[in-house]
Design a protein around this ligand. Structure first.
Ligand code: FE2
Length: 295
């Protein structure tokens, strides 16, 4: 089955783009890469023109997902695969492709109604290398895509079927744990390349936000540690303190973004080799740490 190859970009809808630009650049170390006429902000973290587009549309939540495929032929074949599964696929216009800085795209909605895009041919600027405004070693992307993100859905089985059997992704593992007495969370993790997961789903009826968090993987543990203490020094809200996850082995902490959802800032995740990987189930999210933070 044909699969998407990586998480290419995320669109965010926020109420304060200026605050987001300050947070993304001076705390996360992302690079601002200009704005559109409507005020939308491009953020980059590698050779891609952008990995995030931050729109001033006020929802403070995920706006859309950009899944990458390798070629125009793969884009057409994936559209056929979606259509065969009964999904309405809308070809992107040249103007829409230009707005995303890609050679071509298609649009659809996932079973939870999340706006989703398939694209190929992202604009890359090796002639203008990524430069973080902070003294960090940079982000682990390449064939693993921008990172991962976690969304809340009311029907986990429906998402599992769609992302596995229609988008061609593979299940990495499941985490079932109780964050508080009387509360049980089921989380399913999916990969489409060696990154342990590009997307994960939390089963949750009527979630306050679709987006729980997105994750940026740093190249050095020092980047994570230095940023952890920068947050403490500057009063940046830390949602969860340092810890190591059971499934992807990521050492990370979680920051609260200006939009209320969180960013996981991590290092050291293990990768998936599909020829040997076996699905596992965990009853804890972390080996150690990740305790509730200051806010
Ligand atoms: Fe995460």
């Amino acid at each position: 089955m044909l699969s998407v190859t990586q998480l290419g970009y995320l669109g965010l809808s926020v109420s304060n783009v200026d605050e987001w630009e300050r947070f993304a650049t001076s705390v996360l170390g992302l690079q601002a890469n200009g704005r559109e006429a409507d005020g939308s902000l491009f953020l980059r973290m590698d050779e891609y023109h952008h990995r995030f587009i931050v729109h001033p549309t006020g929802k403070d939540d995920l706006a859309y997902i950009g899944w990458e495929v390798a070629t125009e032929e793969a884009l057409q074949a994936m559209a056929t695969q979606l259509t065969a599964a009964g999904v309405a696929v809308q070809p992107g216009t040249p103007k829409e492709a230009e707005a995303r800085r890609v050679a071509g795209l298609m649009k659809f909605h996932d079973p939870s109604g999340i706006a989703s895009e398939l694209f190929y041919g992202p604009l890359v600027t090796f002639d203008k290398p990524f430069q973080s405004p902070r003294p960090i070693s940079g982000f682990k992307t390449d064939e693993q895509g921008l990172g991962h993100f976690v969304v809340a859905v009311d029907d986990l089985d429906r998402s599992l079927h769609f992302y596995r059997d229609v988008l061609g992704m593979r299940i990495s593992d499941f985490v079932r744990f109780s964050p508080a007495p009387g509360v049980m969370l089921n989380v399913a993790f999916f990969h489409c390349n060696p990154r342990h997961h590009s997307i994960a789903f939390i089963a949750m009826p009527n979630p306050p936000k679709r987006l729980n968090h997105f994750m940026l993987q740093l190249k050095s543990l020092d980047d994570v540690g230095a940023t952890y203490y920068l947050c403490q020094d500057q009063g940046i809200p830390i949602a969860r303190n340092l810890g190591r996850h059971t499934n992807d082995h990521m050492v990370s902490f979680y920051l609260r973004t200006p939009s209320g959802f969180e960013v996981e800032y991590g290092w050291g995740a293990r990768v998936v080799d599909d020829s040997t990987w076996q699905v596992q189930m965990h009853t804890a999210g972390s080996m150690w740490g990740h305790r509730p933070g200051s806010r």
